[in-house]
Ligand binder design. Structure first.
Ligand code: NAP
Length: 231
């Protein structure tokens, strides 16, 4: 009997890294429940369904999880990809900006994980993938400091989820990319943008992690377009 294709929820899957992950998973037999603010996605595939998801709207999180379980019958993997950038420093940013960044980059992934948790426990070897950043691991400039704060927090969230899922064999991995050639890195100088990591490369790594057995638990993967002293 052919095994039923696994189901992955991918947030912010309408463009950039999330879209590349959705394409990669579909190309390798997964079914994909894609969460997007706009609800519009440039993929035609019967194994894909798109749900409205806005990280600043808690009800949309509840509805997305419920819709996925209703339409696909379960959740095998949850990919926290949606994220937003701030170029304000921790001194410059006002409370609203801090709250918005933490809401989108940290609190929404936390809430979504809790809502999907019973389904991940019910899956055979459920998986959570958190798109953190190398910014979570080192703060190189003032301009990057608020974004880094949010990514350091979501990296800790990934480690927390990893521990929560240990016994049930739900594995959680944080990917920590440096510059990736998407809209978020559009400000990079042309030469550096050309050398930046491709979203498709992140997607290949993401799929590999999602397809590993629970006996190969990977906590973090730092990924750099260049060579830094530690990464
Ligand atoms: N690009 C890089 O250099 C880089 C490096 C390290 C980590 N990352 C992380 O990788 C992830 C994907 O980034 P990307 O490079 O693909 O950036 P991107 O092209 O700017 O895409 C960001 C995605 O997040 C979604 N998003 C933003 N705010 C949202 C909200 N409130 N609710 C729902 N979705 C929201 C966007 O949806 P809309 O289309 O509706 O705006 C879009 O799908 C992010 O978490 C980012 O922090 C990126």
């Amino acid at each position: 009997m052919t095994p039923v294709a696994k189901v992955a929820m991918v947030s912010g899957g309408n463009r950039g890294i999330g879209l590349a992950i959705a394409r990669e998973l579909l190309a390798h037999g997964w079914r994909v429940s894609l969460g997007a603010r706009s609800g519009a996605v440039d993929i035609a595939d019967g194994r894909l369904r798109v749900y409205r998801f806005d990280a600043e709207d808690k009800q949309s999180e509840t509805d997305w999880v419920a819709g996925t379980v209703r339409d696909f019958g379960g959740i095998d993997a949850l990919v926290h990809n949606a994220g937003t950038l701030s170029t304000r420093s921790v001194i410059e940013a006002d409370d609203d900006e801090v709250d918005r960044l933490l809401e989108v980059n940290v609190k929404s992934p936390l809430r979504l994980t809790r809502k999907a948790w019973p389904h991940l426990l019910a899956a055979r070897e459920g998986k959570v993938l958190v798109m953190a950043s190398l910014a979570a691991k080192r703060v190189r400039t003032a301009d990057a400091s608020l974004y880094a704060l949010s990514k350091a927090a979501v990296l800790s969230l990934a480690h927390g989820i990893r521990h929560c899922g240990a016994e049930a064999r739900v594995r959680c991995t944080a990917l920590c990319p440096g510059f990736v050639a998407t809209d978020m890195a559009a400000w990079l100088p042309e030469e550096q943008r050309r050398q930046a990591t491709r979203p498709e490369d992140i997607a290949r790594i993401a799929r590999t992690v999602l397809e590993l057995p629970a006996s190969a638990s990977v906590a973090e993967i730092p990924i750099s377009w260049t060579v830094e002293p530690q990464y």
